[in-house]
Design a protein around this ligand. Structure first.
Ligand code: BES
Ligand code: MN
Ligand code: MN
Length: 461
């Protein structure tokens, strides 16, 4: 009965729910690029406005050292449980722009093979404006149909894509205000639209930048080449040596704290469906690659990694220039699993990288942001509520999965607020998050809005 009323409300407001999301997607809230500073703040104001319209109280754009956190709440009865919703309104940079089929901040709907009913193409459509906004609309649905069964608090930040530097201090200052029973987040993926899943883990992250310096200036590569170390050659060799032939990472101590799963746990994980040919087809690759002895799901879920995110130096302009560069650079990230610690791993990396550099060059290693890995219990009332909610709307029990990405603040929610998080994501890995042509299925958007109120219902029961 209750579900029916909610569904009717969703059906009769479908177009508005979509248009409002479009309005948010039109604001380029790129947190990494100072050029978009005003737009990021404008987005916070827009989120505030939407929370007010949906029926939230005490809505506030809370200033921080960086971009603001948007807060809002609805307390119907302090004796009832409180769901704390987390999401982010900032997005990744849209570049490379020329690879987008339609402009990143002009949302359009197109059908794809995976999304035959249409998908919203725009930066942030899935990560995370679309998924975050499902919560605002689900809240509206519950408010307008008088079915909100418990208290809710919203905490929507604008710096997730740059490592949430201000949110940590903000939650510590706002512990009282954030008192609740669970954190609910839609910022992860499901396996497929007909295979619901819930992430029970996220990887941590240690992000480093390295600079290798050779001679004091760029040199003529004919006059000096062969006689002086080329920092680009050296850097490539150093990076290559960080993996052995089995794709194990060679940094001493790197695996010391890695939790190895039992055979039973690995067998359980192996039950999650994985379609290798669809995986390869989506990425247009002829073969996969990764650590020997582990499946693809294990490689992204329970094993740590080391990857170059960017590498540059020397001449990269048009044509050819014969030059031996003075410097070469790389951005290198390591995904971490329990019980690795981002600070310890950053230190191990730094020590190792400095130790393998030949005398002919100087090496500078600078750590960027990091975050700790998390695991989510499947035994909690919150997890069971999420599972039941999805089972009802998808007609199938969701599969527990380990997510490969990172949401650094989740570990801090546990540490500082004592709260577990539920990773209630509805996107697909193939939705091109952080890539050109990011999109989010209409099916996924509306399914989320439909499923979230059921979580509230079961969690409050
Ligand atoms: N929403 C993603 C994380 C994610 C995506 C988790 C898909 C699981 C599945 C989040 O916005 C993100 O991109 N996080 C960054 C970390 C951050 C420090 C830049 C990441 O994982 O690279
Ligand atoms: Mn995200
Ligand atoms: Mn992201």
């Amino acid at each position: 009965m209750e579900n029916n009323t909610q569904q009717q409300y969703i059906d009769s407001n479908k177009d508005r729910f979509l248009n409002e999301l479009f309005d948010l997607l039109r604001i380029p809230s790129v947190s990494a690029d100072t050029k978009y500073k005003d737009d990021v703040i404008k987005t916070a104001e827009a989120v505030k406005q939407r929370l007010i319209e949906a029926g939230a109280d005490k809505v506030e754009v809370c200033t921080t050292k960086g971009f603001p956190v948007v807060y809002g709440e609805k307390i119907i009865d302090p004796a009832k449980p409180t769901v704390v919703v987390y999401g982010h309104y900032d997005v990744q940079p849209a570049d490379p722009l020329n690879l987008w089929d339609t402009p990143p901040f002009e949302p359009t709907i197109r059908k794809t093979e995976i999304h035959p009913e249409g998908a919203i193409f725009a930066r942030g459509s899935c990560d995370d404006k679309g998924q975050m906004y499902m919560h605002v609309k689900a809240f509206e649905v519950m408010m307008k149909t008088n079915t909100l069964p418990c208290n809710v608090k919203f905490m929507i930040e604008g710096e997730e894509e740059v490592g949430s530097p201000s949110l940590g201090p903000w939650i510590i200052e706002n512990k009282e205000r954030l008192k609740g029973d669970v954190i609910l987040i839609s910022d992860t993926s499901i396996i497929a639209n007909d295979i619901p899943s819930i992430d029970v883990g996220l990887r941590g992250l240690a992000y480093m930048e390295v600079e290798v310096t050779g001679p004091n200036r760029d040199l003529h590569s004919g006059v000096y080449g062969g006689a002086v170390a080329n920092p680009a050659n050296v850097l490539c060799k150093m990076i290559a040596s960080c993996h052995d032939e089995n794709f194990h990472i060679t940094i001493p101590g790197f695996y010391d704290k890695v939790q190895n799963l039992s055979d039973a746990e690995r067998a359980e994980m192996a039950k999650a469906p994985f379609d290798l040919s669809a995986f390869k087809k989506d990425l247009a690759i002829d073969d996969i690659q990764g650590e020997k002895g582990y499946s693809t799901n294990e490689r992204t879920g329970i094993r740590p990694t080391l990857d170059v995110n960017g590498i540059w130096g020397g001449y990269t302009g048009e044509g050819a220039k014969t030059v031996l560069p003075s410097k070469a650079f790389a951005k290198i990230s390591m995904r971490l699993v329990p019980d690795q610690n981002s600070h310890e791993i950053s230190e191990l990396f730094q020590k190792h990288f400095e130790s393998i550099a030949p005398k002919s060059v100087k090496v500078k290693v600078t750590p960027h942001h990091g975050g700790e890995p998390v695991v989510v219990s499947t035994e909690s009332k919150a997890f069971k509520s999420a599972s039941k909610a999805m089972e009802e709307t998808y007609g199938k029990k969701p599969v527990p999965t380990r997510g490969g990405g990172s949401i650094p603040i989740v570990a801090l929610f546990k540490k500082e607020l004592g709260l577990d998080s539920i990773l209630f994501g509805f996107g697909l890995d193939s939705d091109a998050l952080h890539s050109p042509n990011e999109h989010y299925g209409l099916f996924n958007y509306y399914k989320g809005i439909q499923t979230i109120p059921l979580f509230y219902k079961y969690f409050s029961a």
